[in-house]
Each structure stands twice: as structure tokens, then as C-alpha cells.
Design a protein around this ligand. Structure first.
Ligand code: SF4
Length: 78
């Protein structure tokens, strides 16, 4: 039997049926919509509604410009 844990602090501003259901949210972004759940972003970064790794890195100051590319070493943690 699947157990659903709901949280009342979902910061996502998109219209989505997974609000507060973290397991469903993570599964959605892992298997259906590639990217990162909204709760990884800053409040300002979340408003872009771009859940890509590039947007997350930019939000965290790891990419300076929109033309900066993510190197393979950055993705592998190297
Ligand atoms: S981050 Fe994605 S899956 Fe999670 S609540 Fe927002 S839109 Fe839905």
C-alpha cells in the first residue's frame, strides 16, 4: 500500500496537483518532466518556472550568464 506524506510548505507557484506531495513531485521531475522540484530554488528563481539544472545553477550563482554552459565536470561533481 502506497503511503502519501503531505507537507504544507510547498513553495511551487505553478498550478499542479502534486502540491504538498513531495514523493509525487520528485517522481514527476525524475521520470516525466526532467528537472528539479521547485523547493530547490530560491523564491526568486522559482518564479522563472524553469526547472532545468541550468536554471538551478544560475539561481545558485554557479552560472553567471545565460550563455554559460554547464561543464560535464560540474554535473559529475568534479
Ligand atoms: S515542482 Fe513540479 S511537480 Fe512539484 S508541485 Fe511544482 S510543478 Fe508540481
Amino acid at each position: 500500500m502506497e503511503q502519501t506524506v503531505l507537507t504544507g510548505s510547498c513553495p511551487c507557484t505553478r498550478d499542479c496537483p502534486r502540491h504538498g506531495n513531495c514523493a509525487a513531485c520528485v517522481a514527476n521531475h525524475r521520470f516525466k518532466v526532467p528537472g528539479v522540484p521547485a523547493c530547490f530554488f530560491s523564491e526568486e528563481g522559482e518564479k522563472w518556472h524553469d526547472r532545468s539544472f541550468e536554471a538551478l545553477f544560475r539561481d545558485k550563482g554557479l552560472l553567471k550568464k545565460t550563455t554559460d554552459a554547464i561543464s560535464s565536470s560540474a554535473l559529475s561533481g568534479g
